[in-house]
Design a protein around this ligand. Structure first.
Ligand code: BJW
Length: 235
C-alpha cells in the first residue's frame, strides 16, 4: 500500500443509497415506474419530452432533501489529505460528492443541476424545473433546454481524461456500482491491464467482480471510511 501514488475511484448509485437516493437496479430502483427507454434515451426524450422533463425535475427537486453520508465524507477527506494524484469519477448525477467537499471529481454521466441548451450548446448551472420550457439564459431561445445527463447511446463526459488517469493509476477503487453500464464497467480491466491494483467495495459482487484483486462486501458508509483511514495511515 505504501508504494501507491495515483488513485482513481469510480463511484455509482450505491454510494448515495445510504443518503436516501434510490439505486437504479435495486428492488426500489428509480426506473420501476418507467421503462429505461422512456426516460434515459434521446429517443425517449424525442417521443415524450414532458414525461422526461418531469422525471428529472422531480429528481432535481429531491436533491434538497438528501445529505452526503459517511462514504462521501471519507472520500472528501481523502481528496484533501492525499498528496498524490487522485481522481474521483462518479457516474452519479447527484451533487453529494461536492457537497461533502470533494474537489478532484468529475461527473461522467452529467449532473442534475446542469442544463444543456440544444440551440446554442451552452451548459448552464440549473436549480429549477425545466419542464416549463424556460428560455436559455445564454441565447434566449425558449424550450430548448434539456437535462445535462448522459443517456444511453450518448458519449459520457471527459473520456480522454478518465482513460489517462486509468493508465497512470496505481490503485483503482470501485464503490457502489453494479458494473452493468459501459464504458464505466470496463474501467477495472483497463486499470488492471495498465498495472493498477484493483479493489471493489459493494453490497454484493458486481457483474465485473472477477476482475478485481480484492472485493469488500458491505455498506459503503461503513467500508469506505475504514478504507480511507487505512490508505492515509499507510502513506
Ligand atoms: C451499495 C449500497 C450501499 C446498494 N453500499 N453498495 C452492449 C454491450 C456493451 C455495451 C453496450 C451494449 N449495448 C449498449 C451499450 C452501451 C451502453 C451500455 O452500457 N448499455 C448496457 C445496458 C449494456 N452505454 C452507453 O450507451 C453509454 N455511452 C456509450 O457507450 O457511448 C459510446 C462509447 C463507446 C466507446 C467508448 C465510450 C463511449 C452511456 C451510458 C449512460 C448511462 N446513463 C445512466 C442514466 C443517467 C440518467 C439518470 O441518472 O437517470 O447512468 S444509466 C444508469 O446506470 C446511470 C448510472 O450512472 C449507471 C450505472 O448504474 P450504477 O451506478 O452502477 O447503479 P446500479 O443501481 O446499477 O448499482 C448500484 C450498486 O450499488 C448495486 O450493485 C448495489 O448492490 C450497490 N449498493 N446500496 C454499497 N449502501
Amino acid at each position: 500500500m505504501s508504494d501507491i501514488r495515483n488513485i482513481v475511484i469510480l463511484t455509482g448509485a450505491g454510494i448515495s443509497a445510504e443518503s436516501g437516493v434510490a439505486t437504479f437496479r435495486g428492488p426500489d430502483g428509480l426506473w420501476e415506474g418507467h421503462r429505461v427507454e422512456d426516460v434515459a434515451t434521446p429517443e425517449g426524450f424525442a417521443r415524450d419530452p414532458a414525461l422526461v422533463q418531469r422525471f428529472y425535475d422531480a429528481r432535481r427537486a429531491r436533491l434538497h432533501e438528501v445529505q452526503p453520508n459517511a462514504a462521501h465524507a471519507a472520500l472528501a477527506r481523502l481528496d484533501s489529505e492525499w498528496k498524490g494524484d487522485l481522481l474521483i469519477v462518479t457516474q452519479n448525477v447527484d451533487d453529494l460528492h461536492e457537497r461533502a467537499g470533494a474537489k478532484r471529481l468529475l461527473h461522467m454521466h452529467g449532473e442534475l443541476k446542469s442544463a444543456w441548451c440544444r440551440a446554442c450548446d451552452a451548459r448552464l448551472p440549473w436549480e429549477d424545473d425545466l419542464g416549463s420550457g424556460p428560455a436559455c439564459p445564454d441565447c434566449g431561445v425558449d424550450g430548448k433546454l434539456r437535462p445535462d445527463i448522459v443517456w444511453f447511446g450518448e458519449m459520457p463526459y471527459e473520456m480522454e481524461r478518465i482513460d489517462r488517469a486509468l493508465m497512470e493509476a496505481d490503485l483503482f477503487v470501485s464503490i457502489g456500482t453494479s458494473g452493468a453500464v459501459y464504458p464505466a464497467a470496463g474501467y477495472v480491466q483497463t486499470a488492471r491491464y495498465c498495472g493498477a491494483r484493483t479493489l471493489e467495495m459493494n453490497l454484493e459482487p458486481s457483474q465485473g467482480s472477477i476482475f478485481f484483486h480484492e472485493t469488500r462486501l458491505g455498506r459503503a458508509g461503513e467500508l469506505v471510511p475504514d478504507w480511507v483511514e487505512e490508505v492515509l495511515e499507510a502513506n
